[in-house]
Design a protein around this ligand. Structure first.
Ligand code: FAD
Length: 437
């Protein structure tokens, strides 16, 4: 049995996002009271939890989902909205664990992950401003060499969407800045309003029979053949538990918590721009990301604001004034925005894993406890894949995908709860200094 966790122990209470101000009506969901019994209890109302719940309900399971705050309150409702192909980073490093064919299967799953999002939006008619078109931006010539390899790998995987390498002189067709030396366009990736996607998925889950509860933080878990999950005012008894809390897990399960490092990332939203201004920044309305360790990622919203995100803070300390911190980064790319107001500023926690592969598996000591976490800032698609893989495993369907992810070992960050972030912050500083030489 776990010691009770201090709740609310979620230490990162960032300001509400632009998405919250422009969202669909948020459903009023009940607080858990009394006792409930279900086949599966899912903890976390972000994409991981919602999609696992949907996939389980579709397979006939009774599911209770518990969210500490509101649906989409965590990273899922405050991210950059960039829906980009691929899972993990440098997958070839896992060939010694899952084999060369396993690596290829994982790369294919990274493409399938976007298709799951596409199908979910289509099937449940979720109005979330889905727009296709994404471009990787090269900061230096070596990045462009990497893009050429990526493009040829996509071709060898049978990728069915258009991709195109861009040289420096073509960059203004995608982004109105002189900062980049090339790019890789991918028409099978794109961008969307992430909170509206999460809210739409919550409605879909409810329609499929999932019982969703908000303001119902799990405070204690009694493990065993039947798991008992406690909140302040209720309990759930379930045969199976799924933990989908990612960077907000805190001490709920210290073993899993030690493998994911919360890091702050921040976004500003400008005031709405004129059609001409918006077109001058991103003429093809694509989402874009550069290639630096502390990368810039940006795109236009449906109401023509520039949503400019960046940074990756491991220190546990947020900038005092996010707009003052992010604005110079935005102006370094688009000096023409000097006179433009910033209407919204917010942040959220990314869950970093040491090897950058999403952690999808089940606990050795408690085989009826499953988890998905550590998407390392690239989780919009991967969470949807995780939901499918977890539901397959829980229902005994063997596609092989879950086993492949579960086989890859993940280290616990050294330094314990208090030292691991400062240690990693030092490591990141070293990587950034390397970029400057
Ligand atoms: C600023 C930012 C920008 C990003 N940009 C992108 C992007 O453009 N593209 C991309 O692919 N990825 C991006 N990401 C990453 C992506 O958002 C995440 O990988 C993904 O949303 C993780 O989803 P999740 O459901 O696992 O976690 P979350 O969405 O964080 O959800 C976890 C939920 O668990 C709940 N919870 C925690 N503890 C408890 C408890 N004890 N009881 C009940 N509930 C609990 C929390 O309240 C939270 O709602 C970004 C992340 C951030 C923070």
């Amino acid at each position: 049995m776990n010691a009770p966790v201090q709740q609310p122990a979620l230490r990162h209470q960032h300001a509400a996002s632009y998405y919250a101000a422009s969202s669909l009506p948020q459903p009023e969901l009940a607080v858990l009271e009394g006792e409930r019994v279900a086949d599966v209890c899912v903890v976390g109302g972000g994409f991981s939890g919602l999609n696992t719940a949907i996939e389980l309900a579709e397979r006939g399971f009774s599911v209770v989902l518990l969210e500490a705050h509101k649906i989409g309150w965590g990273a899922s409702g405050r991210n950059g909205g960039q829906l980009i192909r691929g899972v993990g980073h440098g997958l070839d490093q896992f060939a010694n664990v899952i084999g060369v064919d396993g690596v290829r299967q994982m790369k294919l799953m990274g493409l399938e992950a976007v298709e799951i999002v596409r199908q979910r939006i289509e099937r449940f008619q979720i109005p979330c401003d889905l727009t296709w078109g994404y471009c990787d931006l090269a900061n230096k010539p070596q990045d462009l060499e990497g893009f050429a390899e990526d493009a040829s790998e996509l071709h060898s995987l049978g990728y069915r969407y258009a991709t195109r390498l861009l040289q420096a002189h073509e960059m203004h067709s995608v982004v109105g800045s002189d900062r980049y030396v090339g790019g890789l366009i991918d028409m099978g990736s794109g961008h969307l309003h992430p909170l509206n996607l999460a809210l739409g998925e919550a409605v879909a889950a409810g329609q499929l029979g999932v019982k969703l509860f908000e303001q119902s933080a799990v405070t204690r878990i009694d493990y065993g053949p039947e798991v008992k999950i406690h909140t302040a005012r209720g309990t759930v008894r379930a045969k199976t538990l799924v933990l989908g809390c990612n960077a907000y897990l805190n001490d709920l399960n210290p073993q899993l918590g030690g493998k994911v490092l919360p890091a702050g990332s921040y976004i500003i939203a400008t005031e709405p721009l004129s059609a001409e201004q918006a077109h001058a920044l991103l003429p093809q309305n694509m989402a874009v990301c550069d290639q630096r360790v502390a990368l810039d990622y940006y795109r236009l919203s449906a109401d023509r604001r520039l949503l400019f995100g960046g940074a990756c803070h491991y220190s546990g300390r947020d900038p005092k004034d996010i707009a003052a911190y992010m604005r110079p980064k935005m102006l370094a790319v688009f000096p023409q925005l000097a006179g433009v107001n910033i209407d919204y500023q917010w942040g959220g926690m990314i869950g970093i894993g040491a090897n950058r592969l999403p952690q999808i598996g089940r606990l050795k000591e408690q085989p009826n406890v499953y988890y998905a976490q550590a998407y390392s800032g690239h989780g919009l698609n991967a969470t949807h894949l995780a939901g499918k893989l977890l539901a397959e495993a829980i229902s005994g369907q063997h596609s092989g995908g879950f086993d492949m992810f579960a086989k890859v070992p993940h280290i616990t960050f050294p330094g314990g709860k208090h030292l691991r972030s400062p240690l990693l912050a030092l490591g990141m500083l070293w990587h950034r200094m390397k970029e400057l030489v």
